[in-house]
Design a protein around this ligand. Structure first.
Ligand code: SAH
Length: 495
């Protein structure tokens, strides 16, 4: 039996932007050969598949491409269902056409599954339409990275300068040359221009200026590849769209762990802000799993287990599975969750919490426990609390004061994430209107890495605010409900 290769467009980044057809063939894939620009969540759609990273670094070309072709042809000839997952649309730059030609020549069956291209979705994600009745009735899409082996320019700069809208992909390294070529071909220096970096990813950034100034603005902001450049009056539409949003034009610095920041940035962007995401902390495993593994094995000896964060759920559950157990370890124990996100994480493991406090703080959770009844056994009053190493101990203390017996175990550690230090410093230097904090540890890391936060400071809840004030950081807004939505609402009210 012979196999097949699906050349699938993954979309620009956000995993929600793959087509249903693309998701469907991924589920059936035996092999997925994917690009550097593909969102990791999309690979989870192909749980059984062998994953082959064929991502090319910029600059590396021919040898890498030959290897990709070999991988596709070999596996298809072995009868496998192969998905070649490419960023954006498979046939917009990135050599999708060449791959298809080679497959045809090799006599391998293949199908093209179109995708959402960054050339259109990038501007759209920044509120910029490619065409508009008042501004542009056609648009040009060009590569900003010409084949260096070509002697003269393959681009018709006169046409690109005349196009009411011109979009350039792969242009970041050559941005000053692109601008110079457009100007030399007669494009107006004050024509609006924008660069959209990592469109539809949590780290999306947009800079807008004029053609003449755009390269300088991009350099100062530290914007880099992958990004699209768009030149044309349509760029001004974004400005008009933004004005209706409460955080329009505000640059908001987000500090959260790498895995959690996405949703907060999305909410901020929906409110019109530019979310600058620099995780100050990251979650790492404790130095040893011994203590947590013992707690997992002894869970039946506790009356309750209390989760005060999604990280605690993730870590505990990962050890349940890693030690060869399953959800049955929760059979005889009641489960408390600090809030809705933590409850959601528990539900994903098949566990519906017995107790969620009306407001999502650990004080409220301790309050919700009430006092144990007098006839309760030793087991019934025992509460297991998996937590971060070094987390403040007022939660277990309050419970113990009420008559419960708490055992705290270290489920994870939060440490400063040094990787984002320089990028964060550059963003702060470029100017920031607000900084949002979701926990005391993010405030501590911020101060340690970058000093006092500038602009309006918003905190997720009273504990985060208290931690900030202890460090001499003035807090302007505290969320009324301890959710990400509540945090954004508080920020909107404060700016
Ligand atoms: N086939 C892809 C393009 C591949 S070429 C598509 O249709 O989108 C790679 C270039 O695409 C990058 O250099 C960048 O210019 C652009 N690009 C891809 N993803 C992007 C994103 N999320 N945001 C901005 N530009 C992106």
């Amino acid at each position: 039996m012979s196999g097949i290769v699906y050349l699938v467009g993954a979309g620009p980044g956000d995993p929600g932007l793959i087509t249903r057809r693309g998701a469907e063939v991924l589920q059936r894939a035996d092999v997925v050969a994917y690009d550097r620009l593909v969102h990791p969540d999309l690979l989870r759609l192909a749980p059984g598949a062998e994953l082959v990273d064929v991502g090319k670094q910029p600059g590396q070309s021919t040898a890498g491409q030959a290897r990709i072709n070999d991988v596709l042809i070999e596996h298809a000839r072995a009868g496998k269902v192969v998905v070649r997952l490419k960023g954006g649309d498979p046939f917009v730059f990135g050599r999708g056409g060449e791959e298809a030609e080679l497959l045809a020549e090799a006599g391998v069956a293949f199908e093209i599954v179109p995708g959402v291209t960054s050339a259109i979705a990038g501007p759209a994600a920044a509120g910029i339409p490619l065409t508009h009745r008042d501004h542009a009735s056609w648009a040009a899409i060009a590569t900003g990275h010409e084949d260096p082996t070509k002697g003269s320019s393959a681009l018709d700069w006169q046409a690109l300068a005349r196009a009411p809208t011109a979009v350039f992909l792969m242009g970041m390294e050559r941005l000053p040359e692109i601008v110079a070529s457009l100007l030399a071909a007669g494009q107006r220096p004050d024509r609006p221009a924008a660069v959209i970096e990592r469109a539809t990813w949590p780290q999306q950034r947009v800079v807008r200026s004029t053609l003449e100034k755009i390269a300088d603005v991009v350099r100062r902001a530290g914007v880099s590849s992958p990004a699209v450049l768009i030149v044309g009056d349509v760029v001004s539409v974004a400005e008009r769209l933004e004005r209706t949003k409460p955080l329009a034009g505000k640059r908001v610095f987000v500090t959260r762990t790498r895995t959690q920041a996405g949703r907060l940035s999305t909410l901020l962007r929906e409110a019109g802000a530019e979310a600058l995401e620099f995780p100050a902390i990251k979650i790492v495993p404790p130095s040893s799993w011994g203590e947590l593994d013992r707690a997992v094995a002894e869970l039946h000896r506790f009356g309750w287990i209390a989760f005060t964060s999604t990280n605690a759920v993730d870590s505990f559950w990962s050890r349940v599975l890693a030690t060869g157990r399953d959800a049955r370890v929760f059979a005889d124990v009641r489960v408390a969750s600090v809030g809705s996100a933590t409850a959601e994480a528990l539900r994903a493991c098949g566990i519906v919490p017995d107790l969620i406090p009306p407001t999502f703080t650990s004080e409220a959770l301790a309050e919700a426990f009430g006092a144990p009844r007098s006839h309760m056994s030793g087991r019934a009053v025992s509460v297991l609390v998996p937590r971060a190493a070094g987390a403040p101990d007022d939660f277990p203390k309050t419970l113990e004061a009420k008559g419960w017996r708490c055992r705290e175990v270290t489920a994870y550690e939060t440490v400063t994430d040094a990787d984002s230090v320089d990028a964060g410093r550059a963003a702060l230097d470029a100017g920031v209107d607000a900084v949002v904090f979701t926990s005391g540890s993010t405030v501590r890391s911020f101060v340690e890495l970058w000093g006092k936060p500038p602009g309006v400071v918003a905190a997720m809840g009273p504990r985060t605010a208290a931690a900030a004030e202890e460090l001499g950081v003035r807090v302007d807004a505290v969320a009324a409900t301890q959710t990400l939505e509540g945090l954004v609402a508080a920020l909107v009210a404060a700016v």
